[in-house]
Every structure is written in structure tokens, then in C-alpha cells.
Design a protein around this ligand. Structure first.
Ligand code: PHE
Length: 447
């Protein structure tokens, strides 16, 4: 079967960026930065993204483009043995991520609804927080919205219209970017305590850096860049052979970090201006934004537009996650595509509902006093994705023939390798895997 290819530089970039940019940048980055000392977190995040994540991304793109097939088959093609299990780990990660991602997608839908009916108008920041707390405690609302959010992506996947969504994405992503820029200007120039927020995010405070910060930043980097589960590998298989992979990867890492930082520049000035708690966790984005829209001229319209675009950013990522699991179920378990999608969505609606209910504060679906939502959120990013990424760089650096890696990274085989290639290969073979291994071993107390 002929495989499609992205047909332009911009097209490649837009499609990959569209799948990478999502709730990870808008919702997860700010809340983790808030919990982990702001600037300290940002600094570690940027270092880890360049030294650890970029090599993983290059490995995924190289493996994918050299084999031009799905993740599990790509591993099998290059090396016999248990390497294809990395593909399984990726499917499991996609499953766990979707279970809590759909819940946050549901929150965006709820805030979209609330914005349309003007629910927040005239409310103080305490009243807005109360509204969200009550919504979460109700249990039914968050569960239903999460199911709607999953249902919409299910329809997209079953109808096989992801390509259509991607075309849509080329308009919506730039729109989201422009809206964020407007919101950054508003936060920086129109809020009373904006400098406190900027200082919180940009003034490095090295004392706040702990081992846990490093792990959290690494997990976030993997999550935000969709790494460690074979998603980028699959995208790599569609990139045409004359594209420059290191440039593409560096562009994506830069753009993804930029969106995350801009999102922080919208939120933290507001957090300090409205007297909110930067360390409140996953509720940060949702408790902060309505305050901004109240203060802003045209806030009613901006609010609707914002939550709509957040939802779109979420749905495109959710579709790629759901597809990963559904494709596995239909190909490996030999189910019809629509049956596989339905079966996967049914099981996800169970775990997703459990995640939504675990935040109700009633003690439902908590393990050791921690909500299932938080456990899924941290285990997927801090354990499953880095573990997947670790095996992927090992595979690209040590198992895949080095001439294949070289030809993918330099688009040529025989020239004497350029200094860029030597550096990238060193990052792939040594820096990235050793960093992940040392961090894990230290955290579990072996070192
Ligand atoms: N990168 C996406 C985001 O930032 C989430 C995601 C993770 C999507 C892993 C696919 C795979 O929201």
C-alpha cells in the first residue's frame, strides 16, 4: 500500500506541531511550573528538552522514516527479539494518558459551556474557584463532560477523518497561537502585579531544584513532545526523505517550549494579580482564566474562543492517542476497525470516569489517599514515557545499524560525518540514556 508523505516543509511542521501542542503546553506545563518553583522548573525543563528529549525525538523520527511503517513493525524489521515490546509499552501509556486527558478535555467543554451562558460574569476569583470545586465534587458533571470529550474523538477516529481534522488544525493552531499572544499582552500590560508573575517564571532560583523537579520536568518534556510511546515514530514514517530531521526536531522542540512559556506568561501574572495559589495543581488554568476574561475588554468573546481552541488542541492529541490504542487492537487482536475503536472507547470510558470521580473529594478511586487522576497523570509521564524513551534511544544508538542512523540524520551515507552528526550521535548513544537511567536509579534508591 502506498504510504502518504507530508508534502512540504511547512506541512510537515504544522502537522507534527499540531499533534504535539495540546493540554500539555496550556494546562500541564503551567500547573507543574507553579508547583515546582516556576523559573527553576523552566530552566531544568529547557535543559532536559535539549539534552534528553531532542535525542529521543531524533531517534523516533529516524527509526520511523527508515522503516516507513508502524512502531511495533519498525522494531521487528530492524531487530528480532523483544524490542517490539517497546511498542506495547507505548500502547499502555497511550491508554493511561487518554484516561485522564479526556477528563481535562471535559473541563474545557464545561468552561466553554459556562462561558457561552455567561456563568462567570461578575464573579470574584473565590466564586470562580467555588464554581469549579462544586463542579468537580458533583462527580456527574465532570464524568459526563469527559465522556462527551471522548465521544467526539471516537467519532473522528471511527469515521477516519483525522486527516480532515488536521487540515482544520492548520487554521486553528495559528489562531490559538495569535490568541495566546493577545492574552500575553493583556497579562503583561493590563494586570497590576504582572511583574511578580514574570519574575516567578523567569528569575532562576537554583535552590528550588531537587531531584524530584528534574524528574517532573523530564516527564513533562516527554509528555508535551508526545515522546516515548511511538507517536513521533509514526509521524517520522510520513516525512519525505529529503527533509532535514535535526532541523525539524529542533524547530518542534523550540515551538513547543515557546507555547508552554507563553501559556505561563498568560497565567502567572494573573495568578499574582488575582491573589490565586500558584501551587494549586491541575486546577490552575481553569481557576485563573475566567478572572482574566472578566477584566479584559471583549472578555466574553475571548473566553468562548479560548476554551473552544483549548478543546480543539486537546481533541487533536486525544485522537492520536485513541488511534494508537485502536490501531493496536484492530491489527494485533484482529478486530474490525470500528469494533476495535468501540471496544477501546468503552474500556476507556470506564477508566476515564474513574479518573473524573477520583477528584470529587469523596475518597472514590483513591489509592493511598491519592486520586487515580493524579496517579495516572504522574505515572504515565514520569515513568512510562521516559522508560519508553530510554529504550528508543538505546535502540537507535546501539541496535539500529549506525549507517542507517547517519543517513537519517544527515541525509547522506558516505561523506565523512559532520560535527553536528557526531554531537547528535553522542547525545543519542550516551547522554540521553545515561541521564534517564541515573535519574531512575537514584529515585528508586539504588544509587
Ligand atoms: N503532547 C500532547 C500534549 O501536549 C499529549 C500527548 C502525549 C499526545 C503523548 C500524544 C502522545 O497535549
Amino acid at each position: 500500500m502506498a504510504r502518504g508523505e507530508f508534502n512540504s516543509r511547512i506541512g510537515t511542521f504544522a502537522t507534527v506541531a499540531g499533534s504535539v501542542v495540546g493540554l500539555g503546553n496550556l494546562w500541564r506545563f503551567p500547573y507543574l511550573a507553579g508547583e515546582n518553583g516556576g523559573s527553576a522548573f523552566l530552566l531544568v525543563y529547557l535543559c532536559v528538552s535539549l539534552l534528553v528529549s531532542l535525542p529521543v525525538m531524533l531517534s523516533e523520527l529516524s527509526i520511523g522514516r527508515s522503516q516507513r511503517c508502524n512502531a511495533m513493525r519498525a522494531f521487528k524489521n530492524i531487530a528480532p527479539g523483544p524490542w517490539f515490546l517497546v511498542g506495547f509499552l507505548g500502547v499502555a501509556a497511550a491508554y493511561v494518558i487518554t484516561s485522564f486527558y479526556m477528563v481535562v478535555g471535559g473541563w474545557s467543554l464545561e468552561f466553554l459551556r459556562a462561558s457561552v451562558v455567561g456563568e462567570f460574569s461578575g464573579k470574584s476569583s473565590d466564586e470562580i474557584k467555588n464554581y469549579f470545586d462544586l463542579f468537580l465534587a458533583g462527580g456527574t458533571g465532570p464524568t459526563l463532560q469527559a465522556l462527551v470529550s471522548l465521544g467526539i474523538s471516537l467519532v473522528v477516529v471511527v469515521l477516519g477523518v483525522s486527516k480532515g481534522i488536521e487540515r482544520f488544525n492548520k487554521i486553528l493552531m495559528p489562531a490559538l497561537f495569535v490568541l495566546i499572544l493577545i492574552l500575553v499582552c493583556n497579562s503583561l500590560f493590563c494586570l497590576p502585579e504582572s511583574w511578580k508573575g514574570v519574575a516567578f517564571l523567569l528569575k532562576p532560583d537554583f535552590e528550588k531544584i531537587s531531584l524530584q523537579t528534574v524528574l517532573t520536568a523530564m516527564g513533562q518534556s516527554f509528555f508535551s513532545l508526545s515522546l516515548g510511546m511511538g507517536a513521533m515514530l509514526t509521524y517520522g514514517s510520513y516525512i519525505s526523505s529529503d527533509r532535514n530531521l535535526p532541523k525539524t526536531a529542533l524547530g518542534i522542540v523550540t515551538f513547543d517550549s515557546l507555547v508552554a512559556i507563553l501559556s505561563g506568561m498568560v497565567i502567572f501574572p494573573a495568578v499574582f494579580s488575582f491573589g490565586l495559589e500558584p501551587t494549586q495543581g491541575p486546577t490552575l488554568l481553569f481557576n485563573t482564566m475566567p478572572n482574566i476574561f472578566q477584566q479584559m475588554p471583549g472578555g466574553y468573546g475571548f473566553s468562548i474562543l479560548f476554551f473552544l481552541l483549548v478543546y480543539f488542541a486537546a481533541v487533536t492529541s486525544q485522537v492520536s492517542l485513541l488511534e494508537t490504542v485502536a490501531a493496536f487492537a484492530s491489527e494485533e487482536l484482529r478486530m474490525k476497525r470500528w469494533k476495535a475503536c468501540l471496544a477501546v472507547a468503552l474500556t476507556m470510558s470506564v477508566t476515564g470516569s474513574m479518573c473524573a470521580l477520583s477528584l470529587s473529594g469523596h475518597g472514590w478511586f483513591e489509592i493511598g489517599g491519592k486520586p487515580l487522576f493524579d496517579i495516572f497523570d504522574s505515572v504515565s509521564s514520569n515513568v512510562m514515557l521516559p522508560l519508553g524513551g530510554f529504550f528508543i534511544v538505546l535502540f537507535a544508538g546501539w541496535i539500529m545499524p549506525s549507517r542507517v542512523l547517519q543517513s537519517q540524520l544527515t541525509n547522506s551515507e558516505n561523506e565523512s560525518p559532520s560535527i553536528n552528526y557526531v554531537v547528535l550521535r553522542f547525545l543519542i548513544r550516551f547522554v540521553s540514556p545515561i541521564f534517564v537511567a541515573l535519574l531512575f536509579l537514584t529515585l528508586i534508591g539504588v544509587i
